[in-house]
Design a protein around this ligand. Structure first.
Ligand code: NAG
Length: 344
């Protein structure tokens, strides 16, 4: 049985839109997750360790003010298109569209005011919460009225996140959740003692603005081969990597399958990621710099968290050989990612 409670988290100022932000608390025997109606943000996720102790394993803020200031998408649903679109430009059915550029020469995570920064309409379900939003035609430069539903369902140690959407005009779409995890507990200094594995035979090399070059490179014999678990700190050293911020190419099947796993031997905590999505961005918090004051007044230095963002491949809208990312009016976008938490 999952218990679902709601409470007021904060009030946005007039300049911010003036709405009330609610917090929904989903609680099972082994997991308690808190989700905001602002950006569908996972603001806390407590899970058990081997010793039975609960710890909050996601980065975030104690108050709404934290989330209203600039931060790197902590816990949020990002869209209309997660990740980068080269020069914020693309062509659909012969018509060119220009998005707002918010990441050097590129568009990142939906633009200036993406899905992470807006209020969603909540509907409480027996074991979870569904958020709805209409993204209007032309929002951030994207075509078509897009109806979006994001549903979080908690069953025991499994959190399912389902993304559904319908559009009035052909549009690119790729939705993900951008939670930052540290299975030692949020506020722990680094993630070097985590074991990571990703079920990918290939990955996407990027240029110096982080746009995929177009090559789909084999992981075999490189630091990107994470098919067997690696201890992250040692692995980064061994391959002289500054960290990961790359898309790993998953098996092209729309069925649920295990795509990644993170394990923290000292506490026994494990998170498995299962998904229907074609890609997963593995990010090791390379841009965290200790300047943000997080929950419980901790700071978040470089490499103090990781993200495993299931999504379509970056810049797929400009790369015909990448998986299709265009949603058409007679179709429905429907993807699910399952986060499975356990301790042993
Ligand atoms: C979404 O896809 C899943 C299969 O991954 C299916 O079980 C579910 O019924 C679909 N949802 C809708 C509303 O079509």
């Amino acid at each position: 049985m999952t218990e679902v409670k709601r409470e007021v988290f904060g009030q946005m100022s007039q300049e911010e839109g003036g709405g009330v932000v609610e917090k929904f608390i989903l609680k099972s025997d082994s997991v308690k997750v808190e989700i905001l109606s602002l950006g569908c943000i996972i603001s806390a996720l407590e899970m058990k360790g081997r010793d039975g102790e609960f710890s909050d394993v996601v980065l975030g803020f104690d108050t709404l003010e934290g989330y209203m200031r600039k931060h790197p998408f902590f816990g949020a649903v990002v869209g209309r298109v997660a990740n980068r679109i080269a020069k914020g430009r693309f062509i659909v059915d012969g018509k060119e569209y220009q998005l707002f550029l918010n990441n050097g020469p590129n568009s990142l995570h939906g633009g200036a005011r993406g899905f992470d920064k807006v209020l969603w309409s909540p509907q409480v379900l027996p074991n979870g919460i569904c958020f709805f939003r209409l993204s209007p035609d032309g929002e951030e430069g994207y075509p078509g009225d897009l109806k979006v539903w994001v549903t979080y369902m908690l069953t025991g140690g499994e959190l399912a996140i389902n993304y559904r959407a319908q559009t009035s005009k052909a549009t690119p779409i790729s939705l993900t959740n951008h939670a930052y995890f540290n299975l030692a507990g949020q506020g722990s200094r680094d993630i070097y003692d985590h074991e990571i594995s990703i079920e990918a035979d290939s990955y996407l090399p990027v240029d110096d603005t982080k746009i995929p070059t177009g090559e789909v490179a084999a992981v075999q014999g490189t630091g990107f081969d994470l098919r067997q678990p690696v201890l992250l700190g040692k692995h980064l050293q061994k391959f002289r990597l500054d960290g990961f911020d790359h898309n790993f190419c998953l098996q092209q099947a729309e069925a649920r399958r295990l795509v990644a796993r993170a394990h923290h031997p000292p506490t026994g905590r494990t998170m498995e990621v299962h998904s229907t999505q074609p890609g997963i961005q593995f990010y090791t918090g390379n841009n965290l710099d200790g300047s943000l004051k997080g929950k419980g007044a901790v700071t978040y230095p470089r490499h103090s968290a990781f993200c495993l963002e299931t999504q379509n491949w970056p810049d797929a809208v400009n790369k015909p050989h990448f998986p299709n990312t265009i949603l058409r009016p007679d179709e429905e976008y429907n993807h699910t990612t399952w986060l499975v938490f356990s301790a042993a």
